[in-house]
Design a protein around this ligand. Sequence first.
Ligand SMILES: [Zn+2]
Length: 280
Amino acid sequence: MRTNQLEGACDTCYTHVVAGSGRLIGHPGRWRVLCLTCTPLPPSRGLHRGWFEQTLASLDLETTGVDPHTDRILSYALLDTDGERAGLVAAGVPIPAASQAVHGISEQSLIGAPPPRIAVAMITDWIQSLIDRRIGLVVFNAAYDLTMVRAEAARHGVRQPAWDRLMVVDPHVIDWGLERGGLGPRRLADVASYYGVLLDQAHDATADARAARDIAIEMGARHHEAGACTLVELTLRQHLWHSERAADWNAYAARVGRELDDPTGWPLVAAPAPAVTATA
Ligand SMILES: [Zn+2]
């Protein structure tokens, strides 16, 4: 949840809220100010048992942009149950200024880093080892990061892991299943702040991967609906929540002419159809 930039009356109790002292809730064009007392909090941890008690892995990438099919991996963090690995990738493509402003990775900083073929093979081997060890992988907005890993593996001729057997825990999708978008924009930093999870260096892959895993555990422990099940059952619920979120978005997107989401595109988005080339 975001801090209110403008003063206003609390939407719930009508107390005057000074700029910067309350929270914003809602959506662009329909923002509402709340005082701190009226700001929604997540439920306390419950007594239920579930997947969140297992050790989980976590992955995060920093990349050149927002298209998982065409953009490239610049850095990765792989958090296993017994340690962390992080590194840079010499992507060999220009880094747009806009993405450099987000994560601070420049072409200069990639000198000496391994080429994508080596780095991507290491990432896919690691993902396969999680599948073999039946360890769940936390990825915040998996449809982006995992689709990019798959596209990079295809691009560089690297063997794909058995994607359909990977157990993914996606706090972005679970959050939608629990809140239905009612708390406004829910980027990693918003959700971390809501659950009281420390995120001191947003857009550093290791910091983001740690926060995503901590958020997943809090969600599971605090929400019976999301936590009291096995990883296999959670996977089914996330497929359903993703398709419901896509339907909700698509109803809006169709009205205003925005691009539609694929209801089946979690945790991997279907590759775009190859461009049709005219033949003589
Ligand atoms: Zn209030």
